[in-house]
Design a protein around this ligand. Structure first.
Ligand SMILES: [Zn+2]
Length: 248
């Protein structure tokens, strides 16, 4: 049967072993759709294809389609992100971004925003110097992507009555609550006015601004855990990379 070939620029989100010498790559292409394809021989030592399809790599690919899974036949690296792979914390952060992207993109569904925001966030993680706040970038990525997909936290007024003075946050409920309404919502956690402002910043501020701002450890941890819980609840999934990163 004849095979058809297409070109795509893609970021490698995941690599799964397939047989002795092959890998299945999960990727997001520039148009935002998720792509899965086999990289033949990529588990062989010294494989050129393996080096060009490493995790977080942005590569130009030639993909051959036919019956069954597509096959990557050529790959050229555009951006390797070596500064990420040489640091365990960066790897954990980047893996979390890729996990969220994998859970919020679909085959044959285009959404260029998803590619752009991931590419941007990986650049920031890779460039993060000491003093940069990486956890805030991860939390912001999670909240920005979920907001884009329709799960935007309500942080202006109480989600139940519209009261502007609030004291609790409910992940399952979708946002902030006043003291009186919070009595009827199980699992609504206390939240300060400053923490509410921080959630607004995660939604509205650019990664560069967030990465270089001053934030105390407790607030940073609170936001990262909240972002994790937001993803796990609304995507109805266990996010293992996110769990690992939040526990570091
Ligand atoms: Zn209320």
């Amino acid at each position: 049967m004849a095979r058809r070939s297409t070109r795509a620029t893609a970021i490698i989100l995941g690599r799964t072993k397939l047989r002795e010498q092959d890998l299945i790559l999960t990727m997001i292409s520039e148009d935002g759709s998720q792509v899965r394809a086999i990289a033949k021989g990529a588990r062989k030592p010294g494989s050129r294809l393996a080096a060009r399809t490493e995790l977080f790599c942005e590569s130009d690919l030639l993909i051959s389609h036919g019956r069954g899974l597509s096959i990557v036949t050529e790959a050229e690296v555009r951006k390797r992100h070596t500064e990420i792979s040489s640091d365990i914390e960066h790897v954990a952060a980047a893996s979390t971004l890729c996990e969220i992207t994998r859970l919020t993109t679909y085959e044959n569904v285009t959404d260029p925003f998803q590619f752009q925001i991931l590419s941007k966030a990986l650049d920031i993680i890779g460039a993060s110097a000491s003093g940069y706040n990486e956890a805030i970038v991860v939390a912001a990525f999670a909240i920005k992507v979920l907001s884009h997909c329709g799960w935007r936290p309500e942080v202006d007024t109480c989600i139940a009555c519209g009261e502007p003075s609030v004291s609790r946050f409910s992940v399952a409920g979708g946002g902030i609550l006043c003291e009186s309404c919070a009595k009827d919502v199980a699992g609504a956690v206390p939240i300060t006015a400053s923490q509410v402002e921080w959630i607004k910043s995660l939604i509205n501020s650019r990664f560069e601004v967030l990465a270089s701002c001053t934030i105390d450890e407790d607030t940073s941890t609170f936001l990262l855990r909240l972002a994790h819980s937001w993803c796990a609840t609304h995507l109805e999934a266990r996010l293992r990379a996110f769990e690992f990163y939040a526990g570091m």
